[in-house]
Design a protein around this ligand. Structure first.
Ligand SMILES: [Zn+2]
Length: 198
């Protein structure tokens, strides 16, 4: 069972590594060798297809925690860069994968620090916490899954549909099932109350 505090600690460490790696990449003007040890720590958090022998189908991650390979406008990039905000952590039964922690985070941008953007699902795989699925939050319904009292049917530019407030962006496909626990961390901007208060 993936407990919330372990998931928060593990993802928090990866997000700090991501921030440090991006900062080094920008300062150097290219990724070079500077970030390799940190990159390894980030990559290690993502499930690989070979690392999964369960029934839930795996598809390639459409989003990942990775630095840019080149940075054209160093000063501008440094000004924009921020560490991701963790807004809340939820625990779901997700029986196909033995239970998940779903963590809601922002993009790594200072001016988006109060906007939930990703939902990352962590599960225990062989005893280790791994990101097993990635989602982007639907901006149309702000992650609630409802618009004007009906199910949200928004589709983003990439053709990814909103399903209960989330657009699936790779990893394992499974039914999250019942929400068992919910813990708030940072405050989100006004408009995200339905997501934050559930
Ligand atoms: Zn939606």
């Amino acid at each position: 069972m993936m407990d919330l505090s372990t998931a928060v600690e593990r993802l928090g460490a990866a997000l700090t590594a991501e921030y440090e790696l991006t900062l080094k990449t920008i300062e150097a003007g290219h990724s070079g060798d500077l970030g390799a040890p940190i990159q390894a720590r980030i990559d290690d958090l993502f499930l690989t297809e070979d690392g999964w022998d369960g029934d839930a189908p795996f598809s390639a991650f459409q989003t990942s925690l990775r630095p840019p390979t080149t940075v054209a406008f160093q000063a501008k990039a440094l000004k924009k860069l921020g560490q991701r905000t963790l807004f809340k952590a939820e625990r779901y039964a997700a029986e196909d994968v033995g239970g998940i922690a779903r963590l809601y985070v922002s993009e790594p941008k200072k001016n988006q620090a109060a906007t939930p953007f990703f939902a990352l699902d962590l599960a225990l795989v062989g005893g280790d916490p791994k990101i097993v699925a990635t989602h982007e939050l639907c901006g149309a319904c702000r992650g609630s899954g409802l618009r004007d009292g009906a199910a949200c049917d928004a589709v983003d530019f990439g053709g990814f549909p909103c399903v209960k407030g989330l657009k699936f962006k790779g990893g394992l496909s499974f039914d999250a099932g019942e929400r068992l626990e919910s813990a708030r961390h940072a405050e989100a901007a006004p408009g995200w109350e339905a997501l934050m208060e559930r």
